[in-house]
Ligand binder design. Structure first.
Ligand code: C5P
Length: 433
Protein backbone atom coordinates (compact mmCIF):
# COMPACT_ATOMS: atom_id res chain seq x y z
CA UNK A 1 0.00 0.00 0.00
CA UNK A 2 2.86 2.30 0.81
CA UNK A 3 4.85 3.38 -2.19
CA UNK A 4 7.77 5.17 -0.58
CA UNK A 5 9.24 5.54 2.88
CA UNK A 6 12.10 7.74 3.80
CA UNK A 7 13.18 6.89 7.30
CA UNK A 8 15.22 9.44 9.39
CA UNK A 9 18.15 10.29 7.12
CA UNK A 10 21.29 10.41 9.20
CA UNK A 11 23.79 11.61 6.65
CA UNK A 12 21.88 14.59 5.32
CA UNK A 13 19.95 17.36 7.02
CA UNK A 14 16.22 17.12 6.35
CA UNK A 15 15.90 20.82 5.65
CA UNK A 16 18.26 23.45 4.48
CA UNK A 17 18.87 26.60 6.48
CA UNK A 18 20.74 28.98 4.19
CA UNK A 19 20.45 31.64 6.88
CA UNK A 20 23.15 29.78 8.85
CA UNK A 21 25.68 30.12 6.03
CA UNK A 22 28.70 32.04 7.32
CA UNK A 23 27.23 32.68 10.77
CA UNK A 24 29.79 32.54 13.58
CA UNK A 25 28.69 30.52 16.57
CA UNK A 26 30.65 30.42 19.81
CA UNK A 27 29.62 27.17 21.48
CA UNK A 28 30.36 26.71 25.18
CA UNK A 29 30.34 23.03 26.17
CA UNK A 30 30.09 22.63 29.94
CA UNK A 31 30.34 19.42 31.96
CA UNK A 32 27.34 17.18 31.54
CA UNK A 33 26.57 13.82 29.99
CA UNK A 34 24.57 15.69 27.33
CA UNK A 35 27.85 17.11 25.99
CA UNK A 36 27.90 14.29 23.43
CA UNK A 37 24.82 15.84 21.81
CA UNK A 38 26.80 19.03 21.31
CA UNK A 39 29.09 17.11 18.98
CA UNK A 40 26.06 16.38 16.79
CA UNK A 41 25.07 20.02 17.04
CA UNK A 42 28.51 21.12 15.79
CA UNK A 43 28.19 18.73 12.86
CA UNK A 44 24.71 19.99 11.97
CA UNK A 45 25.80 23.62 12.18
CA UNK A 46 28.80 22.92 9.96
CA UNK A 47 26.56 21.11 7.45
CA UNK A 48 24.51 24.28 7.15
CA UNK A 49 27.61 26.40 6.62
CA UNK A 50 27.94 27.95 10.09
CA UNK A 51 31.40 28.52 11.55
CA UNK A 52 31.69 26.97 14.98
CA UNK A 53 34.27 27.89 17.58
CA UNK A 54 34.19 25.96 20.84
CA UNK A 55 35.06 26.72 24.45
CA UNK A 56 35.31 23.42 26.31
CA UNK A 57 35.27 23.67 30.10
CA UNK A 58 37.47 21.35 32.18
CA UNK A 59 34.33 19.47 33.27
CA UNK A 60 33.15 19.34 29.65
CA UNK A 61 36.43 17.70 28.74
CA UNK A 62 35.51 14.80 31.03
CA UNK A 63 32.65 13.97 28.65
CA UNK A 64 33.93 14.82 25.16
CA UNK A 65 37.51 15.03 23.97
CA UNK A 66 39.09 18.21 22.58
CA UNK A 67 40.17 16.10 19.62
CA UNK A 68 36.58 15.23 18.60
CA UNK A 69 35.49 18.84 19.10
CA UNK A 70 38.40 20.14 17.02
CA UNK A 71 37.81 17.60 14.26
CA UNK A 72 34.10 18.40 13.98
CA UNK A 73 34.41 22.17 14.32
CA UNK A 74 37.49 22.24 12.12
CA UNK A 75 38.95 24.82 14.46
CA UNK A 76 41.10 25.05 17.53
CA UNK A 77 39.36 24.29 20.84
CA UNK A 78 39.60 26.97 23.53
CA UNK A 79 40.04 25.70 27.08
CA UNK A 80 42.29 27.86 29.24
CA UNK A 81 41.69 31.37 30.50
CA UNK A 82 45.35 32.04 31.03
CA UNK A 83 46.83 30.35 28.02
CA UNK A 84 49.59 32.48 26.57
CA UNK A 85 49.10 31.05 23.10
CA UNK A 86 45.36 31.64 23.18
CA UNK A 87 45.82 35.15 24.56
CA UNK A 88 48.30 36.05 21.85
CA UNK A 89 46.27 34.49 19.06
CA UNK A 90 42.78 35.25 20.31
CA UNK A 91 42.22 36.80 23.73
CA UNK A 92 39.09 35.90 25.65
CA UNK A 93 37.51 39.28 24.95
CA UNK A 94 37.92 38.93 21.21
CA UNK A 95 36.82 35.29 21.38
CA UNK A 96 33.58 36.33 23.04
CA UNK A 97 32.90 39.13 20.57
CA UNK A 98 33.96 37.50 17.32
CA UNK A 99 30.67 35.61 17.19
CA UNK A 100 27.17 36.30 15.97
CA UNK A 101 25.64 34.13 18.68
CA UNK A 102 26.91 32.43 21.83
CA UNK A 103 25.34 29.04 22.53
CA UNK A 104 25.82 27.27 25.87
CA UNK A 105 25.05 23.56 25.50
CA UNK A 106 24.93 21.84 27.86
CA UNK A 107 24.34 24.70 30.28
CA UNK A 108 24.89 23.19 33.72
CA UNK A 109 23.30 24.50 36.93
CA UNK A 110 26.76 25.67 37.96
CA UNK A 111 27.43 27.65 34.79
CA UNK A 112 23.94 29.18 34.84
CA UNK A 113 24.56 30.27 38.45
CA UNK A 114 27.88 31.82 37.47
CA UNK A 115 26.27 33.64 34.57
CA UNK A 116 23.48 34.97 36.80
CA UNK A 117 25.97 36.12 39.45
CA UNK A 118 28.43 37.56 36.94
CA UNK A 119 31.32 35.36 38.03
CA UNK A 120 34.34 35.14 35.76
CA UNK A 121 36.82 32.60 37.10
CA UNK A 122 37.43 30.51 34.00
CA UNK A 123 37.40 30.91 30.24
CA UNK A 124 33.73 30.02 29.74
CA UNK A 125 32.31 32.29 32.44
CA UNK A 126 34.70 35.11 31.49
CA UNK A 127 33.72 34.93 27.82
CA UNK A 128 30.04 34.86 28.78
CA UNK A 129 30.49 37.95 30.95
CA UNK A 130 32.58 39.77 28.36
CA UNK A 131 30.39 39.12 25.35
CA UNK A 132 28.17 41.74 23.77
CA UNK A 133 26.46 39.12 21.63
CA UNK A 134 23.12 37.34 22.15
CA UNK A 135 23.26 34.16 24.24
CA UNK A 136 21.18 30.98 23.90
CA UNK A 137 21.37 28.40 26.70
CA UNK A 138 20.35 24.73 26.54
CA UNK A 139 20.16 23.64 30.19
CA UNK A 140 20.88 20.03 31.18
CA UNK A 141 20.84 18.70 34.71
CA UNK A 142 19.08 16.50 37.22
CA UNK A 143 15.34 17.30 37.55
CA UNK A 144 15.59 18.38 41.19
CA UNK A 145 18.50 20.65 40.36
CA UNK A 146 16.47 22.20 37.55
CA UNK A 147 13.42 22.68 39.75
CA UNK A 148 15.45 24.03 42.68
CA UNK A 149 14.46 27.63 43.46
CA UNK A 150 18.10 28.68 43.07
CA UNK A 151 18.26 27.45 39.46
CA UNK A 152 14.81 28.82 38.69
CA UNK A 153 15.82 32.21 40.10
CA UNK A 154 19.00 32.16 38.02
CA UNK A 155 17.09 31.27 34.87
CA UNK A 156 14.61 34.06 35.64
CA UNK A 157 17.48 36.55 36.03
CA UNK A 158 19.10 35.42 32.78
CA UNK A 159 15.84 35.45 30.82
CA UNK A 160 15.16 38.92 32.19
CA UNK A 161 18.51 40.00 30.73
CA UNK A 162 17.51 38.70 27.31
CA UNK A 163 19.29 35.32 27.41
CA UNK A 164 17.26 32.87 25.33
CA UNK A 165 16.63 29.31 26.44
CA UNK A 166 15.79 26.06 24.71
CA UNK A 167 14.64 23.15 26.90
CA UNK A 168 15.24 21.31 29.08
CA UNK A 169 12.91 18.50 28.03
CA UNK A 170 11.24 16.09 30.41
CA UNK A 171 12.14 12.42 30.28
CA UNK A 172 14.63 9.82 31.47
CA UNK A 173 17.77 11.41 32.87
CA UNK A 174 21.28 10.01 32.86
CA UNK A 175 21.18 9.76 36.66
CA UNK A 176 18.34 7.21 36.38
CA UNK A 177 15.65 9.61 37.56
CA UNK A 178 13.11 11.18 35.29
CA UNK A 179 11.65 14.65 34.96
CA UNK A 180 12.62 17.95 33.37
CA UNK A 181 16.38 18.18 32.84
CA UNK A 182 17.24 16.49 29.53
CA UNK A 183 19.08 18.81 27.21
CA UNK A 184 17.09 19.70 24.09
CA UNK A 185 17.97 17.54 21.09
CA UNK A 186 20.58 18.91 18.65
CA UNK A 187 17.86 19.39 16.02
CA UNK A 188 15.82 21.51 18.43
CA UNK A 189 18.82 23.64 19.38
CA UNK A 190 19.55 24.04 15.68
CA UNK A 191 15.92 25.17 15.20
CA UNK A 192 16.28 27.74 17.99
CA UNK A 193 19.51 29.05 16.43
CA UNK A 194 17.84 29.35 13.02
CA UNK A 195 14.86 31.09 14.56
CA UNK A 196 17.21 33.53 16.34
CA UNK A 197 18.86 34.54 13.07
CA UNK A 198 15.55 34.74 11.23
CA UNK A 199 14.18 37.11 13.86
CA UNK A 200 17.41 39.12 14.02
CA UNK A 201 17.88 39.54 10.27
CA UNK A 202 17.60 43.30 9.64
CA UNK A 203 16.39 42.75 6.09
CA UNK A 204 14.52 39.51 6.04
CA UNK A 205 13.78 39.86 2.34
CA UNK A 206 10.75 38.10 0.93
CA UNK A 207 10.02 35.06 3.09
CA UNK A 208 9.03 31.83 1.30
CA UNK A 209 5.35 32.10 2.23
CA UNK A 210 5.04 35.88 1.85
CA UNK A 211 1.75 36.74 0.18
CA UNK A 212 0.16 33.37 1.07
CA UNK A 213 -2.79 32.93 3.41
CA UNK A 214 -2.78 30.08 5.91
CA UNK A 215 -5.59 28.85 8.13
CA UNK A 216 -4.83 26.55 11.08
CA UNK A 217 -7.26 24.93 13.51
CA UNK A 218 -6.03 23.96 16.96
CA UNK A 219 -7.08 22.80 20.41
CA UNK A 220 -10.21 20.96 21.47
CA UNK A 221 -13.78 22.02 20.93
CA UNK A 222 -16.17 22.06 23.86
CA UNK A 223 -19.77 21.03 23.38
CA UNK A 224 -22.17 22.30 26.05
CA UNK A 225 -24.65 20.06 27.86
CA UNK A 226 -26.20 22.88 29.88
CA UNK A 227 -24.97 26.33 30.94
CA UNK A 228 -22.33 24.84 33.27
CA UNK A 229 -21.38 21.42 31.83
CA UNK A 230 -19.76 20.36 28.60
CA UNK A 231 -18.09 17.52 26.68
CA UNK A 232 -14.50 17.99 25.55
CA UNK A 233 -11.18 16.14 25.03
CA UNK A 234 -7.56 16.30 26.13
CA UNK A 235 -6.11 18.31 23.23
CA UNK A 236 -3.62 20.92 24.52
CA UNK A 237 -3.43 22.87 21.24
CA UNK A 238 0.35 22.77 21.47
CA UNK A 239 0.90 21.18 18.07
CA UNK A 240 -1.60 23.36 16.18
CA UNK A 241 -0.25 26.54 17.77
CA UNK A 242 3.34 25.54 16.89
CA UNK A 243 2.29 25.03 13.25
CA UNK A 244 0.57 28.43 13.10
CA UNK A 245 3.65 30.10 14.55
CA UNK A 246 5.99 28.34 12.12
CA UNK A 247 3.84 29.23 9.09
CA UNK A 248 3.73 32.87 10.19
CA UNK A 249 7.50 32.84 10.63
CA UNK A 250 7.85 31.75 7.03
CA UNK A 251 5.83 34.78 6.02
CA UNK A 252 2.29 33.39 5.65
CA UNK A 253 -0.56 35.62 6.73
CA UNK A 254 -1.85 33.16 9.29
CA UNK A 255 -5.24 32.82 10.99
CA UNK A 256 -5.49 30.42 13.92
CA UNK A 257 -8.98 29.23 14.84
CA UNK A 258 -8.65 27.65 18.27
CA UNK A 259 -10.73 26.03 20.95
CA UNK A 260 -9.98 26.82 24.60
CA UNK A 261 -6.31 26.15 25.43
CA UNK A 262 -3.68 27.41 27.85
CA UNK A 263 -1.18 27.93 25.01
CA UNK A 264 0.09 31.48 24.53
CA UNK A 265 -1.01 33.21 21.34
CA UNK A 266 1.67 32.72 18.67
CA UNK A 267 3.30 36.01 17.68
CA UNK A 268 2.31 37.42 14.31
CA UNK A 269 -0.80 35.24 14.05
CA UNK A 270 -4.42 36.39 14.00
CA UNK A 271 -6.19 34.29 16.63
CA UNK A 272 -9.93 33.57 16.55
CA UNK A 273 -11.18 31.88 19.70
CA UNK A 274 -14.19 29.62 19.48
CA UNK A 275 -15.72 26.93 21.68
CA UNK A 276 -17.88 24.57 19.64
CA UNK A 277 -17.33 22.65 16.40
CA UNK A 278 -20.14 24.62 14.75
CA UNK A 279 -18.39 27.88 15.69
CA UNK A 280 -15.06 26.51 14.45
CA UNK A 281 -16.58 25.63 11.07
CA UNK A 282 -18.18 29.07 10.75
CA UNK A 283 -14.90 30.80 11.71
CA UNK A 284 -12.94 28.71 9.19
CA UNK A 285 -15.38 29.39 6.39
CA UNK A 286 -15.27 33.09 7.28
CA UNK A 287 -11.45 33.00 7.07
CA UNK A 288 -11.40 31.68 3.48
CA UNK A 289 -9.96 32.05 0.91
CA UNK A 290 -6.69 30.46 1.99
CA UNK A 291 -3.79 28.88 0.14
CA UNK A 292 -2.94 26.53 2.98
CA UNK A 293 -5.21 24.89 5.56
CA UNK A 294 -3.93 22.77 8.43
CA UNK A 295 -6.63 21.15 10.58
CA UNK A 296 -4.85 20.19 13.78
CA UNK A 297 -7.84 20.70 16.11
CA UNK A 298 -9.33 17.77 17.99
CA UNK A 299 -12.89 18.52 16.99
CA UNK A 300 -15.55 16.77 19.07
CA UNK A 301 -17.28 14.19 16.90
CA UNK A 302 -20.66 14.84 18.52
CA UNK A 303 -22.55 17.64 20.18
CA UNK A 304 -25.51 17.44 22.51
CA UNK A 305 -28.89 17.70 20.84
CA UNK A 306 -31.07 20.22 22.60
CA UNK A 307 -28.69 21.95 25.01
CA UNK A 308 -30.57 22.65 28.28
CA UNK A 309 -31.00 26.37 28.93
CA UNK A 310 -30.80 25.76 32.70
CA UNK A 311 -28.50 23.63 34.85
CA UNK A 312 -29.74 20.02 34.84
CA UNK A 313 -30.74 19.06 38.37
CA UNK A 314 -30.21 15.64 39.92
CA UNK A 315 -33.01 15.98 42.48
CA UNK A 316 -35.58 14.86 39.89
CA UNK A 317 -34.67 11.23 40.61
CA UNK A 318 -33.82 10.54 36.96
CA UNK A 319 -30.44 10.26 35.29
CA UNK A 320 -30.56 12.46 32.19
CA UNK A 321 -29.89 10.78 28.88
CA UNK A 322 -27.83 12.83 26.47
CA UNK A 323 -28.80 12.56 22.85
CA UNK A 324 -25.84 13.31 20.59
CA UNK A 325 -25.78 14.54 17.01
CA UNK A 326 -22.80 14.37 14.72
CA UNK A 327 -20.72 17.49 14.26
CA UNK A 328 -19.78 18.68 10.78
CA UNK A 329 -16.39 17.45 9.59
CA UNK A 330 -14.46 20.68 9.10
CA UNK A 331 -11.49 19.05 7.37
CA UNK A 332 -13.72 17.19 4.90
CA UNK A 333 -15.81 20.30 4.29
CA UNK A 334 -12.77 22.47 3.52
CA UNK A 335 -11.31 19.69 1.31
CA UNK A 336 -14.36 19.51 -0.94
CA UNK A 337 -13.53 20.26 -4.58
CA UNK A 338 -14.67 23.63 -5.81
CA UNK A 339 -13.40 26.98 -7.01
CA UNK A 340 -12.53 28.11 -3.47
CA UNK A 341 -10.80 24.93 -2.35
CA UNK A 342 -7.46 25.85 -0.75
CA UNK A 343 -4.42 24.68 -2.72
CA UNK A 344 -3.12 22.49 0.10
CA UNK A 345 -5.27 20.97 2.85
CA UNK A 346 -3.51 19.08 5.63
CA UNK A 347 -5.31 17.00 8.22
CA UNK A 348 -4.19 15.13 11.31
CA UNK A 349 -4.87 11.55 12.26
CA UNK A 350 -4.45 10.67 15.91
CA UNK A 351 -4.44 6.88 16.06
CA UNK A 352 -3.79 4.35 18.79
CA UNK A 353 -2.88 1.42 16.52
CA UNK A 354 -2.04 0.67 12.85
CA UNK A 355 -1.31 4.39 12.63
CA UNK A 356 -0.20 4.58 8.98
CA UNK A 357 -2.80 2.15 7.63
CA UNK A 358 -5.67 4.06 9.28
CA UNK A 359 -4.22 7.37 8.12
CA UNK A 360 -4.10 6.17 4.51
CA UNK A 361 -7.81 5.41 4.66
CA UNK A 362 -8.48 8.77 6.34
CA UNK A 363 -6.62 10.61 3.59
CA UNK A 364 -9.01 9.17 1.02
CA UNK A 365 -12.11 9.59 3.17
CA UNK A 366 -11.51 13.23 4.03
CA UNK A 367 -10.35 14.28 0.56
CA UNK A 368 -7.42 16.29 1.94
CA UNK A 369 -3.94 16.38 0.37
CA UNK A 370 -1.73 15.41 3.30
CA UNK A 371 -2.29 13.69 6.60
CA UNK A 372 0.03 14.05 9.57
CA UNK A 373 -0.44 10.78 11.42
CA UNK A 374 0.61 10.37 15.03
CA UNK A 375 0.39 7.65 17.62
CA UNK A 376 -1.55 8.81 20.66
CA UNK A 377 -1.78 5.36 22.24
CA UNK A 378 -1.28 4.80 25.96
CA UNK A 379 2.27 5.64 27.03
CA UNK A 380 3.15 7.84 24.05
CA UNK A 381 2.48 11.02 26.06
CA UNK A 382 1.47 12.86 22.87
CA UNK A 383 -1.71 14.32 24.35
CA UNK A 384 -0.67 17.21 26.57
CA UNK A 385 3.03 16.37 26.11
CA UNK A 386 5.79 18.26 24.35
CA UNK A 387 6.88 15.65 21.87
CA UNK A 388 5.43 13.97 18.84
CA UNK A 389 6.39 11.20 16.43
CA UNK A 390 4.63 11.69 13.12
CA UNK A 391 4.36 10.22 9.64
CA UNK A 392 3.59 12.50 6.71
CA UNK A 393 1.26 10.97 4.14
CA UNK A 394 0.87 12.72 0.82
CA UNK A 395 -1.95 11.83 -1.54
CA UNK A 396 -0.68 10.93 -4.96
CA UNK A 397 -3.26 11.46 -7.66
CA UNK A 398 -3.78 8.21 -9.51
CA UNK A 399 -1.39 6.35 -7.21
CA UNK A 400 -0.79 5.27 -3.67
CA UNK A 401 0.11 7.86 -1.04
CA UNK A 402 3.73 8.36 -0.08
CA UNK A 403 4.70 8.04 3.55
CA UNK A 404 7.59 9.82 5.23
CA UNK A 405 8.49 8.83 8.79
CA UNK A 406 9.90 11.60 10.96
CA UNK A 407 11.91 10.90 14.11
CA UNK A 408 10.54 11.82 17.52
CA UNK A 409 10.70 15.61 17.77
CA UNK A 410 9.36 18.36 19.96
CA UNK A 411 5.99 19.68 18.80
CA UNK A 412 7.74 22.95 18.00
CA UNK A 413 10.15 21.13 15.68
CA UNK A 414 7.29 19.18 14.05
CA UNK A 415 5.60 22.55 13.42
CA UNK A 416 8.77 24.02 11.94
CA UNK A 417 9.47 21.05 9.69
CA UNK A 418 5.88 20.86 8.56
CA UNK A 419 5.89 24.57 7.71
CA UNK A 420 9.09 24.10 5.68
CA UNK A 421 7.59 21.07 3.87
CA UNK A 422 4.47 23.11 3.13
CA UNK A 423 6.48 26.03 1.83
CA UNK A 424 8.59 23.69 -0.37
CA UNK A 425 5.37 22.25 -1.77
CA UNK A 426 3.76 25.64 -2.36
CA UNK A 427 6.89 27.03 -4.01
CA UNK A 428 7.29 23.93 -6.20
CA UNK A 429 3.66 24.39 -7.33
CA UNK A 430 4.28 28.07 -8.07
CA UNK A 431 7.34 27.29 -10.17
CA UNK A 432 5.39 24.66 -12.20
CA UNK A 433 2.51 27.03 -13.00
O1 C5P B 1 -11.96 11.76 11.89
P1 C5P B 1 -10.87 12.22 12.79
O2 C5P B 1 -11.36 13.05 13.96
O3 C5P B 1 -9.94 11.16 13.25
O4 C5P B 1 -9.98 13.16 11.86
C1 C5P B 1 -8.99 13.97 12.34
C2 C5P B 1 -8.79 15.12 11.41
O5 C5P B 1 -10.02 15.67 11.01
C3 C5P B 1 -8.06 16.27 12.08
O6 C5P B 1 -7.36 16.97 11.09
C4 C5P B 1 -9.21 17.11 12.63
O7 C5P B 1 -8.81 18.45 12.81
C5 C5P B 1 -10.23 16.96 11.54
N1 C5P B 1 -11.62 17.01 11.98
C6 C5P B 1 -12.40 18.10 11.63
N2 C5P B 1 -13.71 18.13 11.97
C7 C5P B 1 -14.26 17.11 12.66
C8 C5P B 1 -13.50 16.00 13.02
C9 C5P B 1 -12.16 15.98 12.66
O8 C5P B 1 -11.89 19.04 11.01
N3 C5P B 1 -15.54 17.16 13.00
Amino acid sequence: MVSQRSVGRKDKPVTDFPILGGKRILLVIAGGIAAYKSLVLIRRLREHGALVRVILTPAGERFVTPLSVAALSEDKVYQELFSLTDESEMGHIRLSRAADLVVVAPATADLLAKMAAGLADDLASTALLATDKPILVAPAMNALMWEHPATQTNIGILTGRGVRRIGPNAGELACGESGPGRMAEPEEILGAIVSHFEMAAPDRGPLPLSGRRALVTSGPTIEPIDPVRYITNRSSGRQGHAIARALARLGAQTILVTGPTAEPEPPGVQVIRIETAMQMLAACQGALPADIVVCAAAVADWRVKGIADHKLKKDKGETPLLELVENPDILATLSRPGPHRPGLVVGFAAETQHVVEHAIRKLARKGCDWIVANDVGAGTGTFGGDRNTVHILRACHGGEPTVEDWPELSKVSVGERLAVAISDHVLAGASRS
